[in-house]
Design a binder for this molecule. Sequence first.
Ligand SMILES: Cc1ncc(COP(=O)(O)O)c(C=O)c1O
Length: 496
Amino acid sequence: MNTTDFDRFFLNNSEAGLRNFQHIVFKTQHLLSQFYKNNTDAFNGKHPHDIEKEINALSITSNDGEDPFAVLEDIQEMIVKNSIHVSHPTSIGHLHCPPLVPAIAAELIIGALNQSMDSWDQSSAATYLEEKLIHWVSEKLKLPHTADGTFTSGGTQSNYMGLLLARDHFCDKEWNWNVKVKGLPPEANKMRILCSEDAHFTVKKSAFQLGLGEQAVVTIETDHNKKMNANVLNEEIQRLKSEGLYPMCVVATAGTTDFGSIDPIQDIAQLAKKNLWLHVDAAYGGALMLSKKHSNKLAGIEQADSITIDFHKQFYQPISCGAFFVKNKENFRYVAHHADYLNPENDEEDGLVHLVSKSVQTTRRFDALKLFMSLRIVGDKNFASMIDYTLHLAEQTVKVMSQKSNFEVCNQNPEINAVVFRYKNDNPETQNDINTFIYKKLLHTGTALVAKTKVKDQVFLKFTLLNPRTTIVDIEDILHSIIQFAAEYENRGITQ
Ligand SMILES: Cc1ncc(COP(=O)(O)O)c(C=O)c1O
């Protein structure tokens, strides 16, 4: 075998490599274009077992290599057709966005260049583009010039980093204790993190991963708008102190997962000034920074010690794409480590930038490119209009539901674009069951992908209206289907 036999498998200057690349990319875009041209539903409604069976029947490998078109056929039939179609206007369940076309194209460049963001000699230009985007977002958030950040895999990792820095910073300041060297201090089981009861579950998950245990997380009851009450927070901080515990961090949420509620960041920041690290989880609400009309809802975020922003939510980026910011870049020292083969200290002294020193990952994707390509090609004005439209759509949705007697809306004044509601029937015993039935019916008829959640142990449904192509007519059609499915449920009860 000659090494030129392998040319066609890689992107390189050989004719075989280039031809193969162009063919596969052309066919792939053709397949996707055809699918999107003909697809009418958010989901084909198949039963999970049937999809599992089809995937299990796929052969994973071939001996001498297979015709790419045959493989793409399989992908079309078994995967594309059996997927949840997040770009469909009635795919409005989770914080799961339709990806922008420039970002999809950028994924191809990201894959082709395959830069790794850990060391400069694996990501020369990419290093500076990521830094530039971090700087741009920091300015949008009005962070001070001491701020810095890093791209992450998403909100989970960003929240984890926020709590890690909070923990290590507190141990450093309070007990002159270096967690990186010595592990957790003897008082670790007395450290406390405060957040609202509607904060994302990754606050608890991070706490146990960081060795503090779930017991470290003290949740504050939210008000009727699902926001943290700063007075209750203050009382709780005092109570913890009086019990000899160490409240060390408060997590404010700018856009709770279910309701999109934004905690009173300014008031919380005032309280946090007294020796508490303020982490703002703006995974969802962070995109409001792009809107002139709604960016004031994030007021106070500039005072946070650390911030989570997800670009794979309302910035319309393909997964994964998130970022983590700190007000004071010095605090990245709590995650920094120098490896001789990767980011030796003297390199950094010589001005070579190795982004691994700011990350909990080593090999890391060049996701900054897709955000860059999107911001340039789509433009600020269009981003702002898309976000503003979705917030307006949420208001309209509430209005339409309020005119129908069968719908109970949980958040009458949605702060971002999530609407939590349920179908109301007259029988409290079947109230949960009917909403679960409706959820499944919507999904398995391909009508819509909505989310199902619980509010005070009761089943509720949720529209997460990220897609600026969803119209109020789409919403009215879904509500019409819900009423029909509810009737089907009631009639089923009679015939049973
Ligand atoms: C408020 C909030 N924070 C954090 C996360 C976790 O983000 P990711 O799924 O990107 O890890 C989510 C996910 O929906 C979220 O809604």
